[in-house]
Write a protein that binds this ligand. Structure first.
Ligand code: ZN
Ligand code: ZN
Length: 353
């Protein structure tokens, strides 16, 4: 499918420009997808603002759309089918894959979807090329009753679901989720499904209101004393688990103070290099565990997909409620600005290329 298309091209630090670029060519085993919806992820913003990846690139990896063309040797897919594509899929056979630490697999680290230039996701464009190893294991069919805007959450939900699974929560656990942006709400909603009691903290009442739509009914105003509230809810012990869904290092201390002795603190949004302070006796003497979770797990990919589909059907996880703003590619600069500077009323920001 020759021709030109619109794309939000990362040109330099803090600079994303809507341009006309060629529709990507596909080869054997590959698929071309017309993007309907692509969410803006915190990691896209980090790359745009830090210049960690050389320009030009087209970012975006929370995407869903329709197959527009298929290469030779593609089996099981046809033009017109609704799909979402993972941008990372592991090899399945290396040391790290066998240890189920997929994010460290060399194949996983490669990006398998692109709109052109060095592969970087490509979802901020009208079309993406899905490479063969993604078509084989990371291209997911989206049923007709599931809107693209719900399917675009499959990738972020899988990253959150992996974290929740890793925690093995029990029904008598009390969990605090710090931060109620879209990822914080998803983490909290998934934690609640395990039967655990879930407290949520955020600065903005508007976000607590959105969270309430997911059954999150224990909001804490983050302008107050979050640690005191966490203790009040747990006979002064502190919560069993804290999930930190904000990338602010200063919140690690708050999380370590809010968790009980022997409890666990999971960092979910700490993707910027730096040095963070915490009291080492909290880890040694109080036996608190500081841990992290990053990216999705292919081992639970199918479960995560089913969760997104079923959650929409029964209304328990209607993620389209998290979308606060929709932008065309021509407004990419404003979309990036708003996503980077969250306002009380802004939650998930998506492109509708
Ligand atoms: Zn992401
Ligand atoms: Zn591997």
């Amino acid at each position: 499918m020759a021709g030109m298309m619109k794309a939000a091209v990362y040109r330099d630090v803090d600079m994303v420009v809507c341009e006309e670029i060629p529709v990507p060519e596909i080869g054997a085993g590959e698929v071309l997808v017309r993007i309907d919806t692509c969410g803006v992820c915190g990691t896209d913003l980090k790359k745009i603002h830090t210049g960690s990846h050389a320009a030009p690139r087209v970012f975006g990896h929370e995407m869903a759309g329709t197959i527009a063309a298929i290469g030779v040797d593609v089996k099981g897919f046809s033009i017109g089918e609704r799909v979402m594509a993972f941008h990372h899929i592991p090899c399945g056979v290396c040391f790290y894959c066998k240890k189920q630490t997929f994010a460290q697999c060399e194949t996983y680290k490669k990006v398998g979807t692109t709109a052109g230039f060095e592969a970087a996701g490509g979802g901020f464009a009208e079309y993406i090329r899905v490479m063969d190893w993604i078509v084989a294991k990371g291209l997911v069919k989206v049923p007709d009753d599931i809107p693209f805007e719900q399917a675009a959450f499959i990738e972020p939900v899988n990253t959150c679901y992996k974290a929740i699974r890793m925690l093995n929560l029990e029904a008598d656990d009390t969990v605090l989720v710090i931060g109620q942006g879209s990822i914080g709400v998803i983490l909290a909603a998934l934690a609640k499904r395990t039967g655990a009691t879930v407290l949520t903290s955020d600065l903005y009442a508007e976000r607590h209101k959105v969270a309430a739509g997911f059954g999150l009914d224990r909001p804490i105003d983050a302008r107050g004393d979050v640690v005191a509230e966490a203790k009040k809810a747990t006979s002064s012990r502190g919560v069993d688990v804290v999930l930190v869904a904000v990338g602010a290092d200063s919140l690690i201390t708050q999380a370590m103070d809010a968790v009980r002795a022997g409890g666990r603190v999971m960092l979910f949004a700490s993707t910027q290099h730096g040095t963070a302070a915490y009291d080492p006796t909290a880890v040694c003497m109080d036996e608190k565990t500081l841990m992290g979770s990053y990216s999705a797990s292919v081992a639970i990919q199918d479960e995560g997909v089913e969760l997104v589909f079923q959650g929409f059907r029964d209304g328990s996880l209607d993620l389209t409620k998290l979308i606060s703003h929709r932008f065309g590619l021509e407004d990419c600069a404003e979309a990036v600005r708003l996503a980077s500077n969250p306002e009380p009323g802004s939650m998930k920001i998506v492109f509708k290329p």
